[in-house]
Design a protein around this ligand. Structure first.
Ligand SMILES: Nc1nc2c(ncn2[C@@H]2O[C@H](COP(=O)(O)OP(=O)(O)OP(=O)(O)O)[C@@H](O)[C@H]2O)c(=O)[nH]1
Ligand SMILES: [Mg+2]
Length: 439
């Protein structure tokens, strides 16, 4: 076989070595497989939603109740035969497992089942790859994919050869494997460098925002909870809303006016999921850390989900992992338009601190903003200033980037009592009201 026609060689010349082979041919028929004590078919609902978001068509679910997965093949021998039969009956071309497999399990399963075997991590990585739009998002996803791929190279090498056109299940020779490894390591190093550079640009932007003293609110929550819908309702930002998992990857930040008249920034970002692959948490660390630097986290949860409590827990676990555990949080229980009145009462009892909202109908959003305004840190400096009538720009600045406590028009100007941040203070300090006027 000439090197040019080797699919792996071709792959290494593409920008992403995976681009050619990683993407499932849509819609790819797939069989879902889950193993665990007392596991039932309905426990695979989330995996089915993930598979759907990746463009696969789920044709069957196979579960096996057992304490621990088989160390060699994840499922036991008997189940393996059942899966084999199911594949044959349905014509499925892939098996998707609800766990992260060891490289050995992945290899063994592919060898026995003779179809593509995708574990939960690879599936989530694939959805991220489909949805990444920005340069940073794409680099983050590729870094996560390559980090995942490296220890599994041999297994994927076999899969790639087979997918590459009937080459059979022959694995790559050790020399080729080494070349691939070196190439991937170099690419990983380059992606890390690029991402550090992009993070620096973002740091500068953030430093500017922080100096302005405008408080920052981060929306966080389980994927599909309605974060982008809330962002759109609060700011009219043109963000993607879709009944898909991980529709949003790139962060968007907009200004929002709180009921007190004060402004804040609000950001919508990537969602969380149970067992979020650690490769992704690592690759998206700088994006996720934005949440940790916010003054307030709006934790959006899907109140209509039967998994509500588990999802809230999963989100809090990731928040703690990225250092955002101590940022004040407001829990917003979303999609209450889908609930019966009795269910609302039960939710209020269970989560007395939460705000019940519907980002779709707008219900509860006013209360949510009021609560947010209460929880945000107050500007540190209290001032009384007399703004000349021809300085409407400063008055506007105070309304935008400070907290105006009172305002009175006088012949000499507008007397304003306000709390301000340092930057605004520097701009208005010379208008400090003379004591005689301030009385
Ligand atoms: N009925 C109802 N549906 C909602 C509500 N909020 C969001 N949705 C729907 O839920 C789905 C997910 O909404 P998104 O706003 O995209 O969710 P997200 O949290 O941004 O999801 P990802 O970006 O994929 O993590 C969409 O189909 C929305 O129309 C709500 O208050 N009520
Ligand atoms: Mg979204």
């Amino acid at each position: 076989m000439s090197p040019e026609r080797d699919p792996r060689t071709q792959a290494t010349t593409l920008e992403s070595p995976l681009a050619a082979t990683w993407r499932p041919r849509v819609p790819e028929k797939a069989v879902l497989v889950g193993v665990g004590p007392g596991v039932e078919a309905s426990d695979l609902d989330e995996l089915a939603a993930l598979a759907d978001s990746a463009g696969a068509e789920v044709v069957a679910r196979v579960v096996q109740s057992r304490q621990d997965p088989d160390p060699a093949t994840y499922v036991g021998k008997g189940k393996l035969e059942e899966i084999h039969r199911t594949l044959h009956e349905t014509g499925a071309e892939a098996v998707i497992l609800d766990a992260e497999l060891t490289p050995g399990q992945l290899r063994n399963l592919e060898a026995r089942l003779k179809v593509k075997v995708i574990d939960r991590t690879a599936l989530i990585l694939d959805i991220f790859a489909l949805h990444a739009r920005s340069r940073e998002g794409k680099a983050q996803v590729e870094l996560a994919q390559l980090t995942y791929l490296l220890p599994r190279l041999r297994g994927w090498g076999e899969a790639m050869s087979r997918l590459g056109g009937g080459i059979g299940t022959r694995g790559p020779g050790e020399t080729k494997l080494e070349v691939d490894r070196q190439h991937i390591r170099r690419r990983i190093a380059k992606l890390r460098r690029d991402l550090r550079e992009l993070a620096r640009t973002r740091d500068l932007k953030r430093a500017r925002r922080e100096r302005s003293g405008v408080p920052q609110i981060a929306i966080a929550g389980y994927t599909n909870a309605g974060k982008s819908t809330l962002m759109r309702a609060l700011t009219r930002a043109d963000v993607v809303v879709a009944d898909q998992l991980f529709a949003t990857l790139d962060p968007t930040t907009r200004r929002v006016r709180l009921p007190s008249g004060r402004e804040a920034t609000i950001s919508d970002t990537v969602g969380f999921v149970r067992k979020l692959p650690h490769e992704l948490v690592e690759a998206f660390r700088s994006t996720l850390e934005e949440v940790a630097r916010a003054d307030l986290v709006l934790h959006v949860a899907d109140a209509a989900s039967s998994e509500l409590e588990a999802q809230i827990e999963a989100v809090r676990t990731v928040l703690a992992e990225i250092g955002a555990g101590r940022v004040p949080e407001i829990l917003a229980l979303n999609k209450i338009d889908l609930l019966a009145p009795g269910e609302r009462d039960r939710l209020r009892e269970r989560h007395p601190e939460a705000v019940l909202i519907s980002a779709a109908t707008g219900e509860g959003l006013e209360e949510l903003l009021e609560r947010a305004a209460e929880r945000l840190p107050r500007y540190p400096v209290r001032v009384e200033v007399l703004i000349p009538h021809d300085r409407g720009d400063l008055l506007a600045l105070l309304h935008r980037e400070a907290e105006v406590l009172s305002e009175r028009a006088l012949p000499e100007g507008v007397l304003v009592r306000a709390r301000v941040g340092e930057r605004v203070h520097a701009r208005i300090a010379r208008y400090a009201a003379p004591v005689a006027v301030a009385r």
